[in-house]
Design a protein around this ligand. Sequence first.
Ligand SMILES: C[S@@+](CC[C@H](N)C(=O)[O-])C[C@H]1O[C@@H](n2cnc3c(N)ncnc32)[C@H](O)[C@@H]1O
Length: 303
Amino acid sequence: MDFHSARRAVLQLLDAVVPADRPALLRWMRTTRDFDEFIEDNNEIMLKNIAEDLRSCLPIETMLSSEQLALQKIQQQPEPTVHVDAFLYDEDFIDSLCEEGKMSRNYCMVCGSHQTAPLRFISHSFSLVELKFIYNHVLPDLSGKILVDIGSRLGTVLYGGYLYSSALQLYGVEMNEDFCQLQEMVIKKYQFADRIKVLHADICTQDSLLQNADVVIMNNVFEYFLNEAEQARAWEYISHHVRKQGSLLITVPSLQEALSGLQTNIQLSLWVEEIPLTYDVYPEKDIDREALEQIHLYKILQH
Ligand SMILES: C[S@@+](CC[C@H](N)C(=O)[O-])C[C@H]1O[C@@H](n2cnc3c(N)ncnc32)[C@H](O)[C@@H]1O
């Protein structure tokens, strides 16, 4: 329905209301928060435009032939798993793709039968809700601060930080050149270059950047992209260089979970202190709380 038809429909509806109840209805329409979900803020519109631009440059699975190990690791998961990028495709978008037959939430357990089971979805990017949670509810005021996103991929953390925080500089470090080019395209188009910089590099070459960072973000950076020995080495490197006292580290999943199964000498209790988070910040909204609960915040201890 376009604007003019919708306006006519609303006026017709008001006309049909019992006259005695009309003032109460109008008062409710003026004051209710029930419309909040329809009123998107401008930053959200900008992030959705960026997502649209990126969707048009990427295949639907949002994985590139330049990331063979990640593709293999998804195929080797014990449960059938697909990658659906949560920044590019929100739940409503996935529903419409499923209706069009371009995506499926289920796989057939016995070929040809109607027995199906849900596919496991993973995302290599934060969703819009997760980004807003991080910048509006997890992190303090970032005025004058330096933020580093390790493995910045599509750049979601950087764009979110540009729009939802006052961070002085937002650095993304990404080892995949194709994704660096995509980030550069967005930075140029949306004029983010005054506060965002993307470095095409392995994080294990960025000691001084990590030493100067006030906030470091790590959204499941290594699990799908490095073998176990490389993951252990990268974590050792990070625990040596992310040392600025009082700086903050956000990880998905928790550090305990990310390090379990890896052979490292990292003593978490000497490096960080976990700061408990409140995940109940959107009680009225239908959001993926499990995804929010994967987000963990740590403060770097004195050394
Ligand atoms: C799960 S994605 C995170 C995306 C992004 N930070 C977000 O939250 O939306 C992880 C990214 O880290 C990159 N990566 C993995 N190991 C890296 C390393 N050693 N140095 C730099 N980037 C790395 C991968 O190429 C991948 O694009």
